[in-house]
Design a protein around this ligand. Sequence first.
Ligand code: UDP
Length: 474
Amino acid sequence: MEQPHALLVASPGLGHLIPILELGNRLSSVLNIRVTVLAVTSGSSSLAETEAIRAVVARGTCEVTELPSVDIDHFVEPDATVFTKIVEKMRATKPVVQDAVKLMTQKPTVMIVDFLGTGMMSIADDVGMAKYVYVASHAWFLAVLVYLPVLDKVVEGEYIDIEEPMKIPGCRPVGADDIMETMLDRSNRHYRECVRCGEEIPMSDGVLVNTWEELQGNTLAALMEDGELSRVMKVPVYAIGPIVRSNQPTKKPNSIFEWLDKQRERSVLYVCLGSGGTLSLEQTIELACGLELSGQSFLWVLRKPTSYLGESSNDDDLVSVGLPEGFLDRTRGMGLVVTQWAPQVEILSHGSIGGFLSHCGWSSVLESLTQGVPIVAWPLYAEQWMNATFLTEEIGVAVRTSELPSKRVISREEVASLVRKVMGEEDEEGRKVRAKAEEVRVSSERAWTQGGSSHSSLLEWAKRCCLLSFTNNT
Ligand code: UDP
């Protein structure tokens, strides 16, 4: 009998590619099935994507094919958002995926596509494969996304102008500060694509979501058990998280880890705003001064301030243009600033890290929570605002300012106060947040033990897809 074969299709961008590659690894190692990943990459800026692919190929768990980049410039406006560009790229690449599937000598049993590529699902129908969607985010995000077509019909005007938080059946309501970037302007094409995505997800055979039962039991129940939301969702939802990149000790650059090795346990705040997050020059300076004022040790992955984005500068320039005068001298010994791509998973799993100032991209959040590291939430764009609310208000593993950092400049005093809260041994709120982060770490580990909620959920999905013939885990 042939080994079952899963085909995974990744959208461009590291925030989409890495979760799909990691899902592929997990399917291969837990289910002992063959996994092929077709990666639609960004094209020009895909160096980091190629690196991520190379790392997975080296592990030997999945076959990965980087698809040729299809040019979309002639039908996407130059100022189109990243979201729209990704959706368009996926649409334009569909014939390439179709051809790649036709050429496969072993037909896949099941196709799993990133949620921005739901338009690819008809390829599965054409060849008689089951089709699933992977949402590498949390269940509240999935709930809002699939409920968006309903909101679209019943709500008048812009969501952002509504005073009362919007009700999502069985879930936390969506307040003004949680509104996803895609929902801000309903006349925008970006928003229409998002509604279409919400309509198409329930046309799949089911959804895999990167969260776990103990973290979001109520929201998952609203999606799956009989009720208004599950009637919209229509198809089964499998919570199979947390799936994050594993620590790869051999990849550590020495300067960072030599420095971390010298720091006290849980004493360093790690500061990183994801693969694309940047701040204004004014905010970069306030953040720098706030870190200094807090008196806490920090490791900061510094990116070019937005006003310098178009200009070419080397890393030394970046430090000199982006930081207040004398900052590096004054914080020598107390802080380390790096400008290169940081090995985030390895950093977060280092014993000296005690907190993470993060833009709250879901991969970063999971990488932090699986290490029990509490968060200073600094959401910048996309669904990060929702993520920050979820982490602070619902789970209690993060602190944040009362106003969104993307809406005004956060002063150095506020930065220092947030940092001290999460890191300071005396702060009562900080103590609670740290204890909760440790609790979540334990539950995240439990979810993936034999018989744990996510492990069982993956096996249930595999059984439904007839993928279990080779597994040792039945
Ligand atoms: N990342 C990293 N080094 C960096 C910046 C980011 O390894 O210097 C990784 C991070 O570990 C995570 C991914 O890039 O896996 C970012 O994904 P996330 O969903 O957090 O945010 P996005 O960048 O997609 O907004």
